[in-house]
Write a protein that binds this ligand. Sequence first.
Ligand code: MG
Length: 356
Amino acid sequence: MTATLIGSPPPCDVYDVGLYDLDGVVYLGAEAVVHAADAIAAAAERGLRPLYVTNNSSREPEEIAAQIDGFGVPCSPEQVVTSAQSVALLLQEVLEPGARVLPIGGQGLRTALEHAGFTLVASAADAPEAVVQGYAPHLSWHDLAEASYAIGAGARHVATNLDGSIPKERGVAPGNGALVRAVVEATGVQPLASGKPLPAIFRQAAERVGAQNPMAIGDRLDTDLEGARASGIPGLLVLTGVTSARDAVLAPAHQRPSMLATDLRGLLERHPEPRHVDDEGWWSCGAAVARVDDGTLVLVDDPTGPLGPSGEQRLSGDRPARVTLDGWRALCVAAWDAADSGRPVQPQDVPALTIG
Ligand SMILES: [Mg+2]
């Protein structure tokens, strides 16, 4: 099956569990994402039970649930799945109950490991059987050195997630993956890891609530949407976080969303099925049609709009374009099909896109 968009009735009427990412989907730092609370509640009412799946391992589920609850979306700690919990489950498959582990990370990681029945130790001198590394802002060289000593002495190296970067208020900073690689640089030992885009965390989340037909919802191609593809579940991309509409047009096959929306209201709306229209490479989605002509994206966006039924827009990389939601969807499927056929649109030829 090719990695492209699917048509769907409103997803909240089709899927039984929504595996929501948090940052950039539900909140941005301390602020709620616009339309998120109302859309999650309305979708839940229609059958899409929310679970929140985060690569953040430093915060406790209780703390995260309280924040979501504060936005007006009722949330219990059981609805929060962290990469700390995920890695603790993975570790239970390879270590005996009560095994000694050295946590390098935040309180959320310590709690998850304790709940999973492991004995926490503070030093390589305690001969831990595993080092579990998760992001926390207070980590120092001494912590990474302790991890390296333990791994050098034979402990397994386990990571909550491998995100190379983490967006912060002042910019982009090194994420857990960057700190894990610092340790790998010293030890030469490759870690066992969890967290999106690895499929374990989505599988564990779906199992927790007995989901029959889950979907993932996220703002990052390289974690949420790649994780959805790796898990074989549909992924909805929203534009309220780090990914732009232009990024989606350029997405490699293993990171492509199955559905596109500007925000979470897309859970409550029908997604038109893209169709291959003719031999010249035209793809339709809703009213819009698009194709790639000699490396250029061509769009007939709204036949009822000012350009009329024959109003072709030839997009140029240096000229930002305003397109409809279906126009964006048509551009994505046309660009993806062209890429899969060995004639990809070059990044410099894809403009910044505004939807609406
Ligand atoms: Mg996110």
